[in-house]
Write a new protein. Structure first.
Length: 311
């Protein structure tokens, strides 16, 4: 139906959470929002404001447009012309899942535009998002909200969503420099010592308990030996802040591939003291974001007929 318009909202995410490398992700209360209107074939109009607006393309290479096109192709449909208006709030290149959010936004927009023709299951959405993003740790919480465990099987990616204990209060420090996810991954060794792997298995299991039942265990549960140390030289201010915060008892980790720092405080009242610690760490200027866990995940709404559709 030419002229259908959908509105999409997708949360930021933080992946890994310390020990849960490429497995755990958390949805956060920072959102990119966009509207997508069907247009005659061949039309493509893109308007972007907010974070990264000066850097993103205004043609078919735009990641949201690519995700819409990929979703249409995956179900054997021809993508119509599009009029896309996006307002980005998720910082780009900071380890808060901006590319995953763009992929999810495009997939949900396609889902909304195809409503009544194609039905998408949660498994379909996660599979398409993972095919585009390469791994499910960011796209799973962006789609479904909350804390997600993601894993892959011969039948495709899977996820389990968990509710986070109400005492967990996220704080993200966003620095004034960026980090390439590709670069961060290139610093990762192909193999790790057995004792380090065992260490992270134990901490990942403990982290699930800490985030869902026992926030007082978060400091021990966020210890990691698989990825943060290997990437340290590429983001020294980030590692310096993580170390300074952990020395004061805060469960601080690199957010995703970095360079932002995620603190999982065991109560909202402790976050201001953590922000004061960041003021004394040299090498970068940090913007503290006092956030909540997003429990809803990405949403799409048909604003033509004003009927709500959710992921």
């Amino acid at each position: 139906m030419i002229g259908r318009t959908v509105a999409v909202r997708v949360p930021a995410t933080s992946a890994n959470l310390g020990p849960g490398f490429d497995t755990l992700g958390l949805a956060l209360s920072v959102y990119d929002e966009l509207t997508v209107e069907e247009a005659p074939a061949g039309v493509l109009e893109i308007n972007v404001t907010g974070a990264g607006a000066a850097d993103v393309p205004r043609d078919a290479s735009h990641l949201v447009v690519r995700a819409i096109a990929y979703t249409y192709e995956s179900v054997g449909r021809t993508m119509p012309g599009l009029k896309l208006t996006a307002h980005n709030v998720i910082p780009h290149g900071r380890g808060m899942g901006s590319s995953g959010a763009a992929v999810v936004a495009g997939i949900l927009a396609a889902k909304g535009l195809l409503e009544g023709d194609i039905a998408f299951s949660d498994e379909d959405l996660l599979r398409i998002a993972t095919e585009m993003e390469g791994h499910p740790d960011n796209v799973a919480p962006a789609l479904f909200g909350g804390l997600t465990i993601a894993w892959t099987t011969p039948d495709g990616p899977m996820h389990k969503k968990l509710l986070v204990h109400r005492g967990v209060s996220p704080l993200v420090f966003v620095p004034d420099y960026t980090m390439s996810t590709k670069l961060a991954r290139s610093l990762q060794p192909d193999s790790v010592p057995r004792e380090d792997a065992v260490f992270n298995v134990s901490r990942s299991a403990l982290l699930i308990a800490a985030l869902t039942q026992s926030p007082e265990l978060l400091l021990a549960a966020t210890e990691d030996k698989l990825h943060q140390d290997y990437r340290a030289q590429a983001m020294l201010p980030t590692i310096g802040l993580v170390q300074a915060l952990r020395a004061e008892g805060y469960a601080a980790v690199v957010s995703g591939a970095g360079p932002s720092v995620l603190v999982l405080a065991d109560g909202p009242g402790k976050r201001q003291a953590a922000a004061e610690i960041a003021n004394d760490v040299s090498g970068a200027t940090w913007e503290p974001l006092m956030l909540a866990v997003d429990f809803k995940g990405g949403t799409v709404r048909d604003v033509t007929g004003d009927s709500a559709l959710t992921a």
